[in-house]
Design a binder for this molecule. Structure first.
Ligand code: ASP
Length: 325
């Protein structure tokens, strides 16, 4: 007769074998990619390019699911409650590093509650205004917003969004406050800017470039230390004498804590293949961004960068004394 412990041992081995076989076949069905902002905004635009490109090497469809909320805090929270099986992943931007300092009641810890897949890209931001804004250049823009700050409206993608951070830095750099109008993503904010209901905003080239090129919005500056290749006539804030408002938005990809290593490895490899895909490079160039060096499309690089961004933004946000809740 076999002893009980021998049977238990054999059952455990069989179970482990079955589990590893299941994960070796991963993925056997479509994967959901959570997006923390509204469809049609910059994060969503990058997500859809990546979903398409990563689906190819994985041999499965990646379905984009928008979970818009103020500052994009709902989608990461949903990820923490998702099954850690490799079938739910999250794309998020710089907000992953700023949310802990903007929200007192955040229900996840960016450095503890996730598995990391890798970095994707960095995106410059642009200061743009409605098409009929009464200024022809940055100097006139600055004079106008300073003189009319009590009625000038600044749209952002919700408290805690990158556009909120940019606006906060810009206001403090030019020492002027404006009326802030928060939305649940750039897409609805941009609609109101295009319709002339709000005056200006700061947002990523991934969603602003086409409107700048078609002349539907006016552009006054880019927020990176260097000019942006696809918008080379647009000066940087630093060139215009505005110091301390530099910001560029980065995207990373995450999975629920406890996702098996075999599934994570396949996701990391699909991310790296996608970043080398010429279709991605071309689309990113049109959007004013470029794929990150694949050496940084790794869990370790994302973990390290996330920490350095938290170390950078935490003290600045605390100093500004702004909370979103
Ligand atoms: N990226 C935008 C922001 O944080 C939000 C969005 O993607 O809609 O401002």
């Amino acid at each position: 007769m076999l002893s009980k412990s021998l049977i238990r041992g054999a059952a455990a081995t069989l179970f482990a074998l079955a589990a590893s076989l299941v994960h070796a076949q991963y993925p056997t069905k479509s994967i959901t990619m959570l997006v923390p902002f509204a469809a049609g905004g910059p994060t969503d635009i990058v997500a859809r390019v990546m979903a398409q490109a990563m689906g190819k090497p994985l041999g499965q469809t990646i379905i984009v699911e928008n979970r818009p909320s103020n500052g994009g805090i709902l989608a990461p929270e949903q990820l923490t409650k998702s099954s850690p099986d490799g079938y739910t992943i999250l794309i998020h931007h710089i907000g992953m590093s700023t949310a802990p300092f903007l929200y007192r009641t955040l229900r996840y810890k960016p450095q503890e509650d996730f598995e990391y897949i890798g970095l994707i890209n960095e995106v410059p931001m642009t200061i743009i205004a409605r098409g009929n804004f009464p200024a022809a250049n940055f100097k006139e823009f600055l004079t106008y917003i300073k003189a009319n700050n009590a009625k000038v409206t600044y749209a952002n993608a919700g408290l805690g969004a990158a556009s909120h951070l940019c606006g906060m830095l810009f206001m403090s750099a030019i020492q002027t406050d404006f009326l802030t109008v928060p939305y649940k993503g750039t897409a609805p904010a941009m609609n109101d800017l295009l319709g002339g209901q709000v005056d200006f905003m700061c947002d990523q080239t991934t969603s602003t470039t086409s409107h700048i090129k078609s002349g539907k919005v006016k552009v006054f500056a880019v927020t990176t230390p260097q000019r942006v290749a696809s918008l080379k006539d647009v000066p940087t804030l630093e060139e215009l004498g505005v110091k301390g408002a530099d910001v560029s938005v980065w995207h990373g990809m995450y999975a629920p804590k406890g996702t098996p290593k075999s599934a994570l490895d396949k996701l990391v490899s699909a991310l790296q293949v996608a970043l080398k895909d010429p279709v991605v490079a071309t689309r990113f160039a049109e959007l004013g961004t470029e794929p990150i060096d694949v050496k940084r499309a790794t869990p370790e690089a994302l973990r390290t960068f996330l920490k350095s961004e938290m170390d950078k933004w935490g003290p600045l946000i605390k100093k500004a004394g702004q909370y979103a809740d």
